[in-house]
Design a protein around this ligand. Sequence first.
Ligand code: ATP
Length: 306
Amino acid sequence: MTDTVLATKGLTKRYGNHLAADRVELTVGKGQIYGLVGRNGAGKTTIIRMVSAQTVPTAGEIFLFGATGKELSRMRARTGVMVETPSFYPYLTARQNLEYYRIQRGVPGKGTVDQVLEEVDLADTGKKTFKNFSLGMKQRLGLALALMNRPDFLLLDEPINGLDPEGIVEFRNLLLKLNRERQTTILISSHILPELANLATCYGFIDNGVMLEQISAQALEEKCRACIEARVDDPSAAALVLEQRLNIRDYEVLPGNLLRLYQELDRPQAVAKALVEGGVGLLSIESRGANLEDYFLSMIGGVRHA
Ligand SMILES: Nc1ncnc2c1ncn2[C@@H]1O[C@H](COP(=O)(O)OP(=O)(O)OP(=O)(O)O)[C@@H](O)[C@H]1O
């Protein structure tokens, strides 16, 4: 038994001269909702396709539920995958479309379709045909298809891309429910980091095929907390001044003489005044809002245009 659902070692995919995935190491633990984040073209789909055997890696290893090599295909039966919206028949209903795939894939049990439709809140769509579905409904039908074999591990490639805010919330709640009630481990990719907020328990940031960082949601939240950042000549003296004059206790000292304060967020002037009056050399001070997207952009070196 293993608590690691997916691990990749040196996973690489080369298209001609281009490395779509470059020695990617990622680890998804049991019960996690893993947010794979990267801009368009970063390599997210390529990774998901390699894990789900839709494309062959150039190099590297994939471990699913602890198994690798020849054992992998057996473990892939425990996964459900959604890469782009699957092709459904426009003139068939949700039920008819899923029944078609159920028979095609040899999934036993007629009740399966009703069960997954229920799970994705599409049980009441009756005679409505796929062509009249909203994008949110289409994505949920895609999710239903991925759920048909009762997977322990779901891999979803940009499933909330293009959904309206309401659709995003609906989809997010579905995933949270699956994770909570069925203990389904989920890997979900997105190019918009805040889309995964309140959902992912862990993040992997990818750019140009390279895994830049894996970080827990909690650690990321800590890093992205709203704060006042003050650059000073003497951080220890500055901290003492702030403790004594403003009773500030929640702060941290970072390299580069940087002080980060998590109190008095709406009073940066009072902080500046206290520092100056306390004899601290204040080089700069600014308020920083909580912003996940800024964190990601700072990691990949700002916005670049393809
Ligand atoms: N079949 C292919 N042949 C050649 N190049 C490819 C192929 N598939 C992907 N690529 C290239 O590999 C890189 C990574 O693509 P990939 O689709 O994995 O990125 P992504 O992060 O999923 O982005 P998107 O959200 O736009 O799909 C891109 O530069 C893409 O052009």
